[in-house]
Design a protein around this ligand. Structure first.
Ligand code: SIN
Length: 274
């Protein structure tokens, strides 16, 4: 059976059906990669799958990177557990707290990741949605004058472990990397805006106030111009995103409710191109 790819009625994304994750053929793998490049975000509904199956699915898009922290909820070091659950008083996963601002995974590294696949296992009754912004559209819909203004600029992106909002970051410069404000996606030649509210600290070589104002203008454009798809999770869903041309955020949820997700991180082989 061949898989079916149904574009969402929105700014990005496609729903995939007909895939047998226990038996992904070379033909399926190619169709998934083509859909990933075309729609930036893939959504699969289904029964929950094993960690090994999630890793196999992730491999359709590239090599799998290790998780930063190993969790007691997986015996694999390439499964990142994202959860607020505690065992014996200790958190079993990363990113436990509610709302998270828009970010790109691992943008603070010289080589950020290409994408990720996130699998929903326990979902709060309310909130904890993951929101995705189409960064190709974000670039394309900028005013021409802004496109010219940001051409050739670079920004410094930082990471403060555990910070989920910009005001939760410390002043100390943590791991960081400088990347172009606009990056080209090798497979499509399209250009994508590459800044985010959570991790982009400042524009290199620009006076502080001017840089802060320009970043706010760009982030407002990304978040408030109809470029967002908001995913309301059901148990068993898998969402796969292209981390080069989407940024993502999470809505708030109650700390009284359990949320358990497992993620594989898909590695890239080329740093962000100008
Ligand atoms: C992430 O940023 O990878 C986590 C998103 C989520 O928990 O919904």
């Amino acid at each position: 059976m061949t898989i079916s790819v149904k574009p969402l009625d929105g700014p990005l994304g496609a729903e995939i059906s007909g895939l047998d994750v226990r038996n992904i053929t070379a033909e399926d793998s190619k169709a998934l990669l083509d859909a990933f490049n075309a729609y930036h975000l893939l959504i699969l509904h289904g029964p929950t799958i094993t960690d090994a199956e999630l890793v196999d699915l992730g491999r359709c898009f590239g090599h799998i990177e290790k998780a930063r922290v190993k969790s007691p909820l997986s015996d694999r070091d390439d499964i990142m557990v994202i959860s607020n659950i505690r065992q014996n008083g200790e958190l079993v996963g990363s990113l436990p707290d509610g709302e998270m601002s828009y970010h790109f995974d691992r943008i603070h590294q010289a080589q950020p990741c290409k994408g990720a696949a996130l699998h929903g296992l326990e979902i709060p009754v309310e909130g904890g949605d993951t929101c995705f912004a189409n960064m190709v559209r974000a670039y394309e819909t900028l005013p021409e004058a802004t496109k010219q203004r940001i051409e050739g600029l670079k920004a410094l992106n930082t990471f403060t472990y555990g910070a989920t909002k910009r005001d939760g970051k410390t002043d100390e410069l943590g791991p960081h990397a400088i990347h172009p404000l606009v990056r080209r996606i090798p497979e499509t030649g399209k250009r994508a805006l590459y800044v985010c509210r959570l991790m982009t600290d400042h524009i290199v070589g620009m006076p502080e106030e001017e840089s802060a104002a320009l970043l706010t203008e760009l982030c407002d454009h990304i978040e408030f111009s109809g470029l967002i798809y908001q995913h309301r999770w059901s148990v068993g869903d898998i969402v796969i995103w292209d981390n080069r041309c989407t940024s993502h955020a999470r809505t708030d949820f109650s700390d009284k409710e359990r949320r358990l997700m497992k993620r594989v991180t898909i590695g890239d082989t080329v740093p962000p191109l100008q």
